[in-house]
Ligand binder design. Structure first.
Ligand SMILES: CCCCCCCCC/C=C/C(=O)SCCNC(=O)CCNC(=O)[C@H](O)C(C)(C)COP(=O)(O)OP(=O)(O)OC[C@H]1O[C@@H](n2cnc3c(N)ncnc32)[C@H](O)[C@@H]1OP(=O)(O)O
Ligand SMILES: Cc1cc2nc3c(=O)[nH]c(=O)nc-3n(C[C@H](O)[C@H](O)[C@H](O)COP(=O)(O)OP(=O)(O)OC[C@H]3O[C@@H](n4cnc5c(N)ncnc54)[C@H](O)[C@@H]3O)c2cc1C
Length: 662
């Protein structure tokens, strides 16, 4: 059968012809510098030259078992390819490239992230020397087993016990109830032969709270489960079904004393406990992963944006003016309003992720020399940014899908897979509401400290009870960000007042907290977004000194759009606290509409500059050449239902129905 394929590529040619900035320069900025762009491209080239890393058949057509095996095959191939070519798996993670090839839940991802990070961050020198080389060379393969059937959020409520037996110098690991079963850890079901396990430490009958233990789960030769351990896979999930998320139970399973991670807290041979410098140091791997997730979320959002924006430039639908040719759907203002604020969000998240990474590196260096004072701020920033980044990436990815109409619902658009993968990010590594409440706790504490005249750390210094008055004109970027800051200050002040009022009227502080928690979550969200706006404005103004005017103008427009959009979203609060008036809001709304039209002109070039190649986008709708319809058609031919003209189902069910006398 021959198919008539409309010629689409001219649209993208025309779009690209309108580019007024140096794409390569913007690519370098997004990568963090020309050297990092060059390194990413070297990794990409190497991966593209490894055909084993690519699927002939979509995982959608494979059985659960084959899906897992296929992804494991590619994951192991990826690790060996990287190693052979002198790269680390971290290179593939930080550039995104490796993760995109393993598109459906890579069974080695927990090993190369949380398992290795725990070994590096929680081991004493002897443990590091013993475990790190084994893990780095994949002689042992592990995961991070913390969550249980009964508890994920409330780590202090975990039920798995690790009871020290000083006669044998061993810990006895036990799962006393069904709810103590470890549940969810990626790669726990079938892949891992080790796990770092969070369990309640018991010494002489006393509980010392959650601590981390290195536990071997499977024999290193036969891969069979060791006695005293029950392990398996938890079954299908919304997405990432090529991973083997697992369950784990211990039946009085013994491990040596030296298998407790002892960098921060220790147990001596005679069963004495040595306290850590800060009680939450054992949560370090979670904090580090949250920092990585901010990058990860921005990358996934960028893939969805490239797909949806290119498609919107290729797709023609309806008549804008009766009788005129059908316009590109990107010309509709409503389509621009769907997509372009999320494009601005991607840039905002990318700059904020970088700023957060610097805070993380600075705090980690401080911890190395015993300085704990930056830990609360890192916890608040990483919690808030992880929550905003994943919330926005999920929302943005779904909007991208909707913006592609029916074809966005096709698996071959890759939007469903990007969506389901990033959707898990709202829940894992700290459920977002819970993380926002941690941020709120920090905000209220800081606000109260300020009322007592204390100096506040940098990220909350704008909450000062008597802030210096802003000199920036309201409609400047700085002026609007100051207005947003005033809005957050008002919200936090209001939350504090309500909390106090409830306590004064006889509620316990905890009951008052719960009664204000909707408002507190809004404070945390608003604070984090204020921080993101600040980072975006700072980054663009710093870059202004070094980049060409075309690139600077694009960044300035994206930053402006992000701020305007945020002001409109918070209009109610800003009006209530008097930071803006109705007249200003009207002009901000009008400016946003103008800006959408301006940014639309170069939108395709901007997403081109994100520089993600077709093999990593994996989308029929988002490919560079815009040959959308041919690709969709070809992908459909791969459906197993198309292997024969008449399916078995016809003979088995349909024909009998048609022949029946109903
Ligand atoms: C690469 C990308 C690929 C991406 C690929 C990534 C793959 C990831 C796969 C998924 C993996 C997982 O999900 S692994 C499992 C992840 N699980 C979680 O994240 C669990 C979330 N829960 C928690 O983190 C915690 O239990 C939390 C909610 C914070 C509550 O802890 P507690 O009850 O112990 O603490 P609270 O009583 O609330 O608070 C007591 C004080 O401790 C402080 N505190 C709490 N946590 C702190 C912390 N981490 N650091 C510093 N301080 C902390 C609080 O601010 C309080 O300070 P004061 O106010 O000063 O008293
Ligand atoms: C795809 C995926 C992969 C995962 N991988 C791992 C892994 O590798 N290792 C691992 O250990 N775990 C893993 N997890 C588990 C994950 O970390 C937990 O699911 C997560 O921490 C949330 O905990 P929960 O499931 O107990 O949710 P719950 O805490 O039960 O949350 C349910 C609801 O209760 C609310 N809630 C809970 N506590 C509070 C509170 N204090 N205040 C207000 N509201 C509250 C939440 O906001 C939410 O709306 C994974 C989960 C998923 C989905």
């Amino acid at each position: 059968m021959s198919v008539v394929v409309p010629e689409c590529c001219d649209d993208l040619k025309r779009e690209r012809g309108r580019c007024l900035f140096n794409k390569e320069e913007l690519t370098n900025i997004l990568d963090g510098g020309p050297k990092l762009t060059e390194k990413r491209r070297r990794i990409e080239k190497m991966l593209i030259n490894t055909p084993e890393l690519f699927d002939d058949v979509s995982p959608d057509y494979l059985s659960h078992e084959d899906r897992y095996s296929n992804e494991l095959r590619k994951a192991t191939q990826l690790m060996t390819t990287l190693e052979k070519n002198g790269f680390t798996y971290n290179d593939a993670v930080t550039t995104g490239t490796g993760l995109w090839l393993l598109m459906d839940g890579n069974p080695l991802s927990l090993h190369i992230s949380m398992f290795l990070d725990t070994i590096k961050g929680q081991s004493n020198p002897q443990q590091l020397q013993e475990w790190l080389p084994l893990a780095e060379k994949f002689k042992i393969i592990g995961t991070y087993a913390q969550t249980e059937l009964g508890h994920g959020t409330f780590v202090r409520g975990l039920e798995t016990t690790a009871t020290y037996d000083s006669t044998t110098k061993e810990f006895v690991l036990h799962s006393p109830t069904i709810t103590a079963t470890k549940w969810w850890p990626g790669a726990l079901g079938k892949t891992s032969n080790h796990a770092v396990v969070m369990a309640q430490l018991y010494l002489g009958g006393k509980c010392y709270g959650p601590h981390i233990f290195m536990v071997q789960l499977r024999d290193l030769e036969t891969h069979r489960t060791l006695p005293g351990i029950v392990v398996g896979e938890i079954g299908p999930r919304l997405g990432m079904n090529s991973n083997d998320n697992g369950f784990l139970q211990f039946n009085h399973h013994r491990i040596p004393l030296t298998n407790m991670f002892m960098k921060h807290s220790q147990v001596t041979e005679d069963g004495k406990y040595v306290k850590p410098l800060h009680s939450k140091l054992s949560y370090g791997t979670m904090v580090q992963t949250r920092v990585g997730i901010v990058y990860h979320a921005s990358r996934e959002l960028s893939r969805a944006l490239i797909i949806a924006i290119r498609y919107s430039a290729v797709r023609h639908q309806s008549e804008m003016v009766p009788g005129d040719p059908e316009p590109q759907i990107l010309d509709y203002q409503t389509q621009q309003y769907k997509l372009l604020p999320h494009l601005a969000s991607f840039f905002a998240l990318r700059f904020s992720a970088r700023a957060l990474l610097e805070v993380f590196i600075g705090t980690s260096a401080g911890l190395g020399s015993g300085k704990m004072n930056m830990l609360p701020e890192l916890h608040a920033l990483s919690s808030g940014l992880k929550a905003v980044a994943t919330n926005d990436a999920v929302k943005g990815t779904d909007i991208c899908r909707l913006a592609c109409g029916g074809h966005g619902y096709l698996s071959s658009s890759n939007l469903p897979r990007i969506y389901t993968a990033i959707a898990a990010g709202i829940t894992y590594e700290g459920e977002n509401t819970v993380l926002f409440l941690q941020v709120a706790r920090y905000l209220i504490k800081s606000f109260r400290a300020s009322s007592q005249g204390q100096t506040l750390p940098f990220s909350v210094s704008y909450l000062r009870v008597q802030p210096p008055s802003s000199h920036a004109p309201l409609m400047s970027d700085r002026g609007l960000v100051d207005a947003l800051g005033a809005g957050v200050r008002w919200m936090v002040g209001e939350a504090e007042r309500r909390l106090q009022q409830l306590v004064d009227s006889g509620h316990s502080p905890h009951a008052a907290w719960n009664a204000c928690s909707v408002h507190l979550v809004q404070c945390a969200d608003a604070h984090t977004r204020y921080y993101i706006c600040e980072q975006f404005v700072d980054a663009v103004s710093k870059l202004g000194e070094t980049v060409s005017s075309g690139v600077h103008e694009v960044l300035r427009q994206l930053c402006r759009l992000y701020i305007l959009h945020r002001v409109i979203q918070t209009a109610g609060i800003l009006l209530r606290c008097g930071a803006v008036d109705g007249k200003a809001l009207t002009s901000i709304e009008e400016e946003e509409c103008h800006l959408l039209a301006t940014l639309r002109i170069q939108a395709v070039s901007i997403v081109d500059a994100i520089d993600i190649k077709d093999v990593f986008l994996k989308s029929t709708l988002g490919a560079w050449d815009g040959n959308v319809y041919q690709r969709i058609y070809e992908e459909a031919q791969k459906s197993p239902l198309n292997k024969s003209d008449v399916t078995q189902g016809y003979y088995q069910y349909l024909r009998p129905l048609m022949k029946a006398n109903l």
